[in-house]
Design a protein around this ligand. Structure first.
Ligand SMILES: Cc1cc2nc3c(=O)[nH]c(=O)nc-3n(C[C@H](O)[C@H](O)[C@H](O)COP(=O)(O)OP(=O)(O)OC[C@H]3O[C@@H](n4cnc5c(N)ncnc54)[C@H](O)[C@@H]3O)c2cc1C
Length: 420
């Protein structure tokens, strides 16, 4: 860092966000160049392993295992500024922080995640964590999901999905399967319903059909074209807008348990910045992850315009691309790296098996393991519960690389036997 006479600080690389994308990029850059002057800007005290929250809600993992202090996750030699970025001035390579201070950068990496718009659903904030209304999308609420599942004595259990894009598009239904499995094992009769504004269970048709089978095996119904708009916690009633043939109606549904996934959007400070595309996301090239209008800015993770599924699995494969292209911009050396849109979604079809959905841009299925990936497998449960947390904390967040092995594989058109 260079400090100018006027007190302005200038860094070679500034990273916004100390979550999955920011931490992994900073750690990798530090490995490649120990002398690089770099700073991470992260206002939160904790870094969360959010993929673990589905398991917390399903009673399979403790919440404590999913969080670590930001300062403990980022190499000690990297400065961390515990502030929010308020705004960007890309013409001057400058950022404004919440303290009012300004920073200058040579290269900027933006990994600020996605915003959860809880208040977009009337009455939700007031009742979250009470009246059987819960969400795995918050660290403090995921344990309440498990309490609600255990306390459920039968009746109506509703699970909602908001309009896309959201982080981990599979998470709204994963918890339905974990709850359904628990109820089945305990002989509890439940009217299980999944409400989504979409028209299928999953954005990739290859997996959607297999998930229809999983739903059928639990006797759960999917209600397409439905969007949650209001919750009355004390009256245990959810309100949905249902759109069919251009007509919108309001439906009232009583519940005993309601798992809500909130609507999501680009963080407000990005939406209103010159870095955003029309929808508010950091506008990067989907292959190089370099900003389309500002060549010294890169983006990764949930806050960008890339049309991949927003997951930590995507971050794992975006990180080496951003790092290679940042190093290239710094040194003028090395080949341009490209991201192929890879993401994976371990769908917990029960508390024993996982369907490991893997795909690249345009929903092209490419998998890391032989066999038909639509079949839920026990080994993938182990992968989800044991291996992936290790891969996250010990490999990717420490700036290490893991081999990328996904590829197209021939599988029969007919569905394999689906045993959740
Ligand atoms: C319930 C749930 C289940 C999931 N399951 C899976 C799964 O099974 N598999 C999978 O691969 N992914 C899963 N995900 C998604 C995964 O967690 C995210 O895609 C991943 O964390 C994205 O990384 P990121 O760096 O973009 O964002 P994050 O990890 O969210 O980090 C963003 C960081 O930016 C910081 N920030 C925000 N605003 C500012 C600002 N103004 N200035 C500076 N910093 C700021 C935030 O404090 C945060 O620390 C799941 C997520 C949830 C919630």
């Amino acid at each position: 860092m260079t400090e100018h006479a006027d007190g302005l600080k200038r860094y070679s690389v500034v990273v916004i966000g100390g979550g999955a994308g920011g931490t992994s990029v900073a750690a990798r850059l530090r490995r490649l160049n120990p002398a690089l002057d770099m700073v991470v800007i992260e206002p939160a005290e904790y870094h969360y392993y959010q993929p673990g929250w589905t398991l917390v809600g399903g009673g399979q993992f403790s919440a404590e295992r999913t969080r670590r202090r930001v300062r403990d996750c980022i190499p000690a030699s990297i400065e961390v500024i515990a502030e929010r970025v308020e705004s960007f001035d890309p013409e001057r390579n400058a950022l404004l922080l919440s303290s009012g201070a300004t920073l200058n950068y040579r290269l900027l990496v933006v990994a600020a995640g996605i915003q959860l718009d809880w208040d977009a659903i009337e009455g939700l904030t007031e009742t979250l964590g009470r009246n059987g209304v819960t969400s795995n999308y918050r660290y403090d609420l995921a344990p309440y999901t498990w309490q609600c599942i255990q306390a459920f004595r039968g009746g109506s259990a509703l699970f909602t999905q908001p309009p896309m894009p959201i982080k981990c598009a599979g998470a709204p239904q994963k918890i339905l399967y974990l709850a359904a499995d628990y109820f089945k094992q305990h002989g509890i009769s439940a009217d299980l319903r999944f409400f989504t504004p979409g028209a299928t269970m999953f954005g990739v048709p290859f997996y959607a059909q297999a998930l229809d089978q999983v739903m059928a095996q639990y006797g759960a119904s999917a209600l397409f074209g439905h969007r949650l708009v209001k919750v009355d916690g004390p009256a245990k009633t959810a309100y949905f807008e249902f759109v069919a043939n251009g007509n919108t109606t309001l439906q009232t549904v009583p519940f005993d348990l309601l798992h809500v996934v909130p609507p999501q959007s680009a963080p407000t400070f990005i939406k209103r910045s010159p870095l955003a595309d029309a929808a508010g996301w950091i506008e990067v090239d989907k292959n190089t992850l370099q900003h389309k209008r500002y060549a010294n800015i890169f983006g990764l993770g949930d806050c960008t315009s890339t049309p991949n599924s927003k997951t930590a699995a995507a971050v794992k494969n975006q990180m080496p691309v951003v790092v290679a292209n940042v190093m290239r911009a710094l040194t003028g050396q090395g080949a341009e790296a490209h991201y192929d849109g890879y993401a994976s979604c371990p769908l917990t079809t029960s508390s024993r098996r996982v369907m490991l959905a893997e795909f690249c841009y345009d929903g092209v299925v490419q998998t890391s393991f032989p066999g038909d990936s639509r079949a839920p497998r026990r080994i993938f449960w182990w992968l989800k519960k044991t291996f992936l947390p290790f891969l996250y904390w010990r490999v990717v967040m420490q700036g290490r690389l893991w081999p990328i092995v996904h590829k197209p594989r021939a599988v029969p058109e007919a569905l394999p036997p689906i045993e959740p």
